[in-house]
Design a protein around this ligand. Sequence first.
Ligand code: SAM
Length: 253
Amino acid sequence: MNKVLNTNRFANLTFDDFSKMAKNKGLSRHEKVGFPNEYREGKEKLIFKDFVNKLPNLKLRFQNVLEIGPGCSNLPLMLVDTCEKKDSNLLLVDSKEMLNHLPDNPRITKYSGSFPNALKKDVITLRETVNVIIAYSVIQYVFANDNLWNFVDECLLLLAPGGQMLLGDIPNVTMRKRFFSSESGIRRHKEFSGQDKPPFVTFNKTEPQNIDDSVVLAIISRARAQGFDAWVVPQAKRLPMSNRREDILIFRP
Ligand SMILES: C[S@@+](CC[C@H](N)C(=O)[O-])C[C@H]1O[C@@H](n2cnc3c(N)ncnc32)[C@H](O)[C@@H]1O
């Protein structure tokens, strides 16, 4: 299949689409979470290493770790393993269909449904108790279909003092435009598409459902205004979409 068409197959997905894809036996583990195989195959260890390095609390023992939208690739399995080795508790929030692919053990608590509603009354008992929150490649769907600000605020309320949160793998349409207007972006596009045409890039137009610089920077401002340290950080260069995706780190002092 043409690579561009293959990528578009995974555009505009909703939480319900993901739960259906999780049940589809014809999809690989990468496709079930919305990625063409070539974007993720052989890359999961690099991705995991990149986010573990950004979240030093994951290397400590007895942490409460929450992953929102773990999906069902090897990434959450690596997190299960890390948490097990560190005697940390792991809370997982995603659709029942996604969570069914992940292991059960006494240190894992699964909440099926979308965050934050899936936590139900635990949303109160968990307040200020979570040492690490990971939402990797998730907030773009919340931005497009739900209330991003409520999502971010509810995460902040869960963070314990010293807690660390990664909103990772955020596709930023302005960053994408910067890249595809550059020489290396044009060259990369030609290689990827197999055609000699430059990528189509337009500025000054409305971009419904796309996260751009204004959204990324507003998350930083909002977290800082609410008493947290927050930064936009790059992904390791070797990650598949590091030229147009970035991460947000939010640490509670
Ligand atoms: C692109 S996949 C990423 C999966 C995994 N984090 C990874 O990078 O391989 C997005 C995942 O987020 C989940 N998701 C989307 N919105 C969510 C929400 N509000 N709460 C919990 N999970 C959500 C989807 O069901 C899906 O499993």
